[in-house]
Design a protein around this ligand. Structure first.
Ligand code: GDP
Ligand code: IMO
Ligand code: MG
Length: 428
């Protein structure tokens, strides 16, 4: 049995949480491999709505073991808040496993994330302010604090001292903030030791052993292709590898074990934070999409920027992730438009681009070339098969599939688990 990777195709919030939750009942492990509590995944099960940040969406499937992989950055206070809130609602988190190699978000990195954004002014990224960027920077800089450091107080103190030697200079001299005390940081981190200890494991060993036994592992990406630090719209990206390649480094599974790469793509496009967005609608149409799709951030509550489907982005996501299947979401949100524009290419300074321009400046100036497809008026939220859809909605989906570079496996017509049209099975 295989490992499956699930990633976002656009700028996040495609509905990865719902897709992961749907597969959760059929897989043995769900592994979060990148990001941290910058993510916000909403999962709707009947009358219950869950907003997950740090926990893998598989936490809602009782048969499945949720794993936080080594590629994740963990804010322990958020982790236990999230666990306590779920347990209070009757969701057991007892099976959660946490990688000994995952990095911890220390309080000074939350502070630095926020003050750095303020300092950047109009060059800001629009981060979630959760300390994600500075924590990954520390990891690359080799001054990070890892989960396993909690179990050796001497080492922990040495590492915090080392990090703060640099950080305090920056906090005080660059940002005019107070220095942080080593003792306070060490004490806070140590206060979690007893709760963390039973969760911690060598998750690479655990997952590879599960695959050897023939069990199924789903690797769930946070953020999305265009927020990936290598393949996204740099510098307007997050600081981790959100594409399929990150699933291997972020979990300790070799690429030959990955059987399928599933990308979740919205029937239109949204983005939170700053950065280029060719099909963005800065008018009443954009507001209409935001209202119909309830496009407000799950993590920060910020209104999401909205625009039409961009097939250049979908083809790019298909390429850099090696997508085998797309999961199309939120088709129902498009109900009511007479004609729906779909971006098929860009024009930059009189030149046509059928693929993503290599230069960031060209992407900033890309003007979408649109094809206009017929819309539909019928409520499609009760559709359960492709044939239940109006003919024009079927044609819209087929046109998107033709343009996007990989087959569509399912179509979302509402937030509930049940509101999905399955076209082909995602599991072998
Ligand atoms: P994620 O970050 O990719 O997991 O996505 P979010 O949870 O941040 O945002 C997706 C939102 O769309 C959530 O509120 C989901 O409940 C909702 N959603 C997912 N699929 C569908 C769908 O097919 N139709 C509608 N109307 N809502 C959906
Ligand atoms: P999910 O998993 C949408 C965006 C932020 C900002 C940029 C960098 O729910 O799809 P960061 O705090 O990561 O340093 O911010 O990335 N961003 C997301 N946008 N969905 C997310 O996660 C995001 N996680 C980060 O808005 O533009
Ligand atoms: Mg989200």
């Amino acid at each position: 049995m295989p490992a499956l990777v699930l990633v976002g195709a656009q700028w996040g919030d495609e509905g990865k949480g719902k897709a992961t939750d749907q597969l959760g009942g059929q897989v043995d492990y769900v592994v979060k491999f990148n990001g941290g509590n910058n993510a916000g995944h909403t999962v709707v099960i009947g009358d219950e709505t869950y907003a997950l940040h740090l926990l893998p969406s598989g936490i809602l499937s009782p048969g499945c073991t949720p794993v936080i992989g080594n590629g994740v950055v963990v804010d322990l206070s958020v982790l236990f808040e999230e666990i306590d809130a779920l347990e209070a609602r009757g969701v057991s988190c007892a099976k959660l496993v946490l990688s000994a190699d995952a990095h911890l978000i220390a309080s000074y990195n939350r502070t630095l994330d926020r003050v750095a954004e303020r300092f950047l002014g109009n060059r800001r990224i629009g981060t979630t302010g959760r300390g994600i960027g500075p924590t990954y920077a520390d990891k690359m800089n080799r001054i990070g604090i890892r989960v396993q450091d909690l179990f050796d107080e001497g080492i922990l103190r040495l590492k915090v001292e080392g990090a703060l030697e640099l950080k305090n200079q920056v906090l005080v001299k660059v940002y005019n903030r107070k220095a942080v005390e080593v003792d306070a940081v060490v004490e806070e981190l140590l206060s979690y030791v007893d709760r963390v200890r039973p969760m911690v494991a060598d998750t690479s060993l655990l997952l590879n052993a599960a695959l050897d036994r023939g069990e199924t592992v789903l690797l769930e990406g946070g953020q999305a292709t265009l927020l990936d630090v290598d393949h996204g719209t740099y510098p307007f990206v997050t600081s981790s590898s959100a594409t399929a390649g990150g699933a291997c480094t972020g979990s300790g599974i070799g690429p030959r074990r990955v059987d399928k790469v599933i990308a979740v793509v919205k029937a239109y496009t949204t983005r939170v934070g700053e950065g280029p967005f060719p099909t963005e609608l800065r008018d009443a149409d954009g507001e209409a999409l935001r209202a119909a799709g309830h496009e407000y951030g799950t993590t920060t509550g910020r209104p999401r920027r909205c625009g039409w489907y961009d097939s250049v982005i979908a083809r790019y996501a298909a390429r850099v992730n090696g997508v085998t299947d797309f999961v199309l979401t939120k088709l129902d949100v498009l109900t009511g438009w007479e004609r729906i524009p779909v971006c098929v290419a860009y024009e930059v300074g009189g030149r046509r681009f059928d693929e993503m321009p290599v230069s960031q400046s060209d992407f900033h100036h890309a003007v979408p070339v649109y094809e206009h497809l017929d819309g539909w008026d019928e409520d499609i939220t009760a559709a359960r098969t492709f044939d239940d859809l109006p003919k024009t909605a079927q044609a819209y989906v087929q046109a998107l599939e033709q343009l996007s570079g990989a087959p569509f496996a399912s179509i979302g017509v509402g937030p509930d688990r049940e509101q999905t049209l399955e076209l082909r099975s995602l599991l072998p």
